[in-house]
Design a protein around this ligand. Sequence first.
Ligand code: FMN
Ligand code: SF4
Ligand code: SF4
Length: 375
Amino acid sequence: MTDELFDIKSGYISFNNPIAIASMAGKTDSSFANSYGKNAGLVVLGGYNLDAATNEAAKKIKSRGREEFVSDEPLEFLRSEIENTEISGVAAFNLRTTSIEPLIEAANIIREAGGILELDAHCRQEEMIEIGAGEALMEDLPRLEEWIRLIKETGVVLSVKIRTNVVDDEELAKAIEDAGADILHVDAMKTGAGADLNAIRKIRDVTRLLLIGNNSIQDFSDAKEMFSRGADMVSMARAVVANPDVVPTMVELVSQYQRGIGWYNAPKHVCRGEGDLRGLTFCCLPVKPCAIHSKIKKLGFSPKEFADLKMEFVKGTPLEFGDSTCFGSLAWCCKISKPCFLRDGVLDVLDMSPAEYMRLKKEMADYILENSKNK
Ligand SMILES: Cc1cc2nc3c(=O)[nH]c(=O)nc-3n(C[C@H](O)[C@H](O)[C@H](O)COP(=O)(O)O)c2cc1C
Ligand code: SF4
Ligand code: SF4
């Protein structure tokens, strides 16, 4: 049922729902995935260490009390983990290494199994950074780009796991997209508690990659905050350990929400700087001084070009109607969560459900971004 409810795809991968489990070294193996991730849209297993250097580093990390996966036969271990994973969703494998060769072998194994390779450019354990693995990759863009290009030559679907506020997030995201990755998995870490939602919004605005938002998500309200900044999926790590029911609960809630609203990751309005560029679909006719102008400039549109583009999209669709609304057409109307009897009156006359209205607004958002002059 959820298969038809969500339209989340990347290469040969199709996700049942947008709820994911993020990897935790030493914990998230096949048996963890089978126990906690049965109905997750995605489970990221690992991080697995693919070469001798990363396995040695993992041993050192273990000796100071952190859990790690260590193996003398890393590729065999990966193969057996793939075989032992029995989940209804998609499995990804978070991998660390100091050289590209084992990654290519792993990519071929994972592609044949229909999974996702997740390159770990995120690990901040000193022992890994010292040998050039994990976070060191974020600091070495030419190597990261080269590895992405080489991994993609195998045809595997590739996710890159990063952490915000280490390097320039926007430059990093663009480089990862340009190098050919499919998915960006972002730990939106910031100093202090909670996730850096602003960083997710900024990354959303510079890339069309499938975006997985992560950090401090404990319940559906946290997930909605991340979705409304542009995340296509959200992932949780610590919350899954703290509350084993969190994944099924979130899958149920996001499915209900999608049935009701039609666009589970609809953006916020751009007025107060919280909405990403998709939020332009809810914007008024650009006739007053407000946040819309800096947003449309980012896409290279003049106010008139933007107005023309929206009217071009709505022509022949029900959004064309709405004489009684503020700007004479539903093209300019607000998100369904904003109460408005004028818009809702038009929807009643058109016999259009709120979910159908939002689905058309989503199509309009895609149309606006596809026609950007600054691609
Ligand atoms: C014990 C532990 C081990 C982790 N190991 C990895 C790892 O191997 N690879 C990785 O990309 N992230 C790793 N992470 C980061 C998590 O995947 C996640 O990005 C981070 O915990 C923030 O998400 P959360 O707030 O939902 O826990 C680890 C986190 C924890 C707590
Ligand atoms: S055009 Fe309307 S919705 Fe958009 S930023 Fe301005 S006031 Fe807000
Ligand atoms: S009619 Fe209502 S929904 Fe439409 S633009 Fe005006 S306030 Fe927003």
